[in-house]
Design a protein around this ligand. Structure first.
Ligand code: NAD
Length: 336
């Protein structure tokens, strides 16, 4: 029997009763199974609503190793996937995102594109238009949105007035095809843009190349139209790992460790620490080491199945990229 689907719900054409049908499994593939892509493959293989059809990597041995592990096909050429998949994760180096994503979106295949969406804003715009024309979804891999400390923040956050973020990492050649603003700072740019939810009024920035010919360390002061100011620092020339954010709002100071998934909230208490000066009370919450990549991929599959917008749309990826591109330009202009 053929069922009618109205608003994503199946109806029997004869009795017009709601029919509970099992959702069709989404046929998926991962393009680029290096450091991050192998985790995408693992999550698709473990989700019952997805079927991992293939892994693609220009390094055949790497593709074969994962294909054997997850009992799927190994390919070196992503163009062979047409007709075999409904959705893909694009986890190749950033410089290749545009070409690979353009190919899939033009064939109507939903695409989870790793961050940054592309290297230029015009490329991101083009991908968004192609996706719209072909009725498919773009989700951008801004993984911190799925960090349990950030999810918990929603119930505490009011109107942030000042935000400070630090993202420091030791150098790795992975990701060095773009500068540190596009590679690392863009995570915090996306989060801050999402939390502040106001257009950018002005940006001041500085930075320097240290280990490569590109910007390896950068600091930006972003002023938003609602008055919030963010001071954002990223380095890929560090000797330690740090991913932290401090948020100041009228009733609280919130300190988040994105790596350890802890959140400390400092509020004014009823007592006094000095005459006329309120005491400060501290609450600390630690969140379970939840699986952010699994949550991200589940959300992507859910959006496809329910025909609802993806939680981190192509537009969101483009807006973060626009800010990152402006910061890059300002930093380059300030390098002597
Ligand atoms: P990586 O170098 O470890 O892996 C990239 C893989 O892609 C390699 O195996 C390479 O052989 C393969 N590849 C390259 N071009 C290809 C092509 N045209 N077709 C098929 N395979 C191809 O890099 P990585 O660290 O996994 O990063 C990949 C992407 O993920 C980058 O865009 C990076 O910015 C992003 N990333 C995001 C996060 C996050 O937290 N969201 C973390 C790390 C990396």
């Amino acid at each position: 029997m053929d069922y009618h689907t109205i608003h994503g719900v199946n109806w029997c054409p004869y009795c017009l009763r709601l029919v509970k049908m099992k959702q069709k499994r989404i046929r998926c593939a991962v393009i680029g199974v290096g450091h991050l892509g192998k985790f995408h493959a693992e999550k698709y293989a473990q989700l019952p609503e997805a079927q991992l059809v293939a892994v693609v990597d220009q390094d055949l041995a790497r593709a074969e190793e994962l294909a054997e592990k997850y009992n799927c096909q190994a390919l070196t050429d992503h163009t062979q996937l047409i007709g075999l998949v409904d959705a893909v994760s694009i986890v190749t180096p950033t410089q290749t995102h545009y070409d690979v994503a353009k190919f899939f979106l033009a064939h109507g295949i939903h695409s989870l594109i790793e961050k940054p969406i592309t290297t230029t804003v015009s490329e991101a715009d083009e991908l968004i238009q192609i996706a719209k024309k072909n009725h498919c979804l773009i989700q951008v891999g801004h993984l911190e949105r799925f960090n349990s400390a950030i999810i918990a923040l929603h119930s505490i956050l009011k109107t942030p007035r000042f935000i400070e973020s630090h993202r420091i990492a030791p150098f790795t050649p992975r990701g060095a095809d773009v500068n540190v603003v596009l590679d690392l700072m863009i995570h915090d740019i996306d989060l801050i843009r999402f939390l502040v939810d106001s257009p950018v009024r002005s940006i001041a920035a500085n930075g320097a190349p240290i280990l490569t010919n590109e910007i390896d360390i950068a600091n930006a002061r972003i002023e938003f139209e609602n008055g919030c100011v963010a001071n954002v620092t990223a380095s890929r020339a560090g000797m330690k790992q740090e991913r932290s954010m401090r948020i100041f709002q009228s009733d609280a100071y919130i300190s988040i460790d994105l790596q350890e998934k802890t959140c400390s909230i400092y509020r004014k208490g009823k007592g006094e620490m000095f005459p006329g000066i309120p005491e400060i009370n501290k609450e600390t919450s630690t969140f379970p080491q939840s699986d952010a990549i699994l949550a991200e991929i589940s959300a992507f599959i859910h959006a496809i199945q329910t025909k609802t917008p993806s939680p981190v749309s192509g537009e969101a990826g483009k807006e973060a990229l626009e800010i990152a591109a402006r910061i890059t330009e300002i930093v380059k202009g300030n390098i002597l």
